[in-house]
Design a protein around this ligand. Structure first.
Ligand SMILES: NC(=O)c1ccc[n+]([C@@H]2O[C@H](COP(=O)([O-])OP(=O)(O)OC[C@H]3O[C@@H](n4cnc5c(N)ncnc54)[C@H](O)[C@@H]3O)[C@@H](O)[C@H]2O)c1
Length: 211
């Protein structure tokens, strides 16, 4: 059996873009928003949007649509973006430092409490307000900051070994930006981020639709 199998992953992946549209409507002072409007903004089918939004437990009102503020709260609650979550980042290189500066994560209440690296020229520095520690300090910093989630942005050749170290120190979830398929104990949740899949879709769409 596949571990950590979550139903409705494609729906969950669409919810952040709905949230963006609904927040835009809130900024324009709108009180209600329809599934059809969200669908048009995102080039989706209205039925799909309504089905996805039903996951959050919210019901639209006939002819009016969804109350904007309630919809924002429903999506955020469903995604657990209404709760402060703390993570560390391991591998403060090009991608790692870009993620440290990515304000959108903070807006979703994901706070990167500490970063780790092995490069002596980076250790001790602050990057976008987050201190870079030596990986050897992992246990002590984790104890102090209490994070259980890690963002992994190390080179692929050390990804497995670094993942094992941080899991041994109690990390329970890894957002893995390396292209390595990590082999870890079944209690650890791993989310693989693959930029190539976005490029694959762009490439095929251009071949089909761009002139
Ligand atoms: N740069 C991108 O746009 C991009 C995009 C998608 C995925 N990735 C993947 O993300 C990872 C990082 O890419 P990058 O371009 O930031 O690389 P990078 O070389 O700039 O950064 C890697 C960092 O990891 C550190 N590091 C090396 N060994 C370590 C260890 N044992 N423990 C802790 N830190 C260690 C290095 O000192 C460095 O700071 C790679 O696996 C890459 O394939 C990068």
């Amino acid at each position: 059996m596949k571990r950590h199998k979550l139903l409705n992953v494609p729906s969950i992946r669409r919810l952040p873009s709905y949230l963006q549209v609904v927040k835009g409507a809130a900024e324009e002072g709108r009180e209600y928003i329809s599934g059809t409007y969200i669908a048009q903004e995102l080039e989706l089918e209205a039925i799909q949007v309504r089905k996805d939004l039903a996951l959050t437990g919210i019901m639209g009102k006939p002819r009016l649509g969804y109350p904007v503020q309630e919809l924002i709260h429903a999506i955020e609650r469903f995604l657990r973006w209404d709760i402060d979550q703390f993570a560390c980042l391991v591998g403060a290189g090009n991608l790692g430092q870009a993620l440290l500066g990515y304000q959108e994560l903070k807006r979703h209440k994901l706070h990167i409490a500490a970063a780790f690296d092995v490069d002596p020229s980076k250790i001790g520095k602050m990057v976008h307000g987050t201190r870079i520690h030596s990986l050897s300090e992992f246990a002590a910093v984790k104890e102090q900051e209490g994070f259980e989630m890690a963002i992994l942005t190390v080179p692929p050749e050390v990804a497995q070994e670094v993942a094992e170290i941080i899991v041994d120190h109690g990390i329970k979830g890894i957002w893995n930006f390396t292209n390595v398929k990590l082999k870890l104990p079944s209690h650890v949740v791993v989310q693989q981020e693959d930029l190539s899949s976005g490029y694959a879709v762009l490439s095929l769409k251009m071949a089909k639709f761009a002139r």
